[in-house]
Design a protein around this ligand. Sequence first.
Ligand code: GDP
Ligand code: MG
Length: 230
Amino acid sequence: MGPKLGILGPNMEILGIPPPPPDFLFKFLVIGSAGTGKSCLLHHFIESKFKQDSNHTIGVEFGSKVVNVGGKTVKLQIWDTAGQERFRSVTRSYYRGAAGALLVYDITSRETYNALAQWLTDARTLASPNIVIILCGNKKDLEGEREVTFLEASRFAQENELMFLETSALTGENVEEAFLKCARTILNKIESGELDPERMGSGIQYGDASLRQLRQPRGAPAPARQSCGC
Ligand code: GDP
Ligand code: MG
């Protein structure tokens, strides 16, 4: 009897057999003021999986990782501003077609918290009004220097329909959770029909065409599309 390929899992790559394509591909952004720890969050998320990869430096512009969410494999393609935010020149093309975003502020800097509303407007106008955003209060490890309370940030998140976590790219606390929570919400919205992966610019692709069946048939008529005025 030949080898049971089905139980080889991640070792398949060692045998030269390419891993199966992921079920979905989501484009993610990491946004927020300079110095809040965006690059460190991305770096920590990617590194924990690819420790042997020594090419990663802080300041990566792009990272990708396959995660398992509710039994589905999802490849997250994550874009980091790579320093553009210092010059307030984060471009429209950076935002285009993103399905999810981590909106980051630094709990030790009220200035970065005060900038959140502007980042949020940019994300919803330049990416998509449907973009799924998780607010991340980073540098949770610096409790002694805290300037923004958990409670006020939770309220901001609630008022603006964001998910919320405090994270630490230093200790790794809640880093993976932030990406996974965002991915899980997108997947739930696809399954409920609230998000349509086939809509242009949704930031979602099927890794395998057969998965198109995943979506439930949409019984209810789609809501009338609002004019974007552009
Ligand atoms: P970016 O400009 O938003 O990409 O921020 P960076 O990732 O470059 O981080 C800015 C600075 O904050 C660097 O000196 C990092 O070492 C530091 N930093 C980032 N995340 C954390 C964290 O969770 N805790 C602490 N203590 N420092 C952090
Ligand atoms: Mg950076």
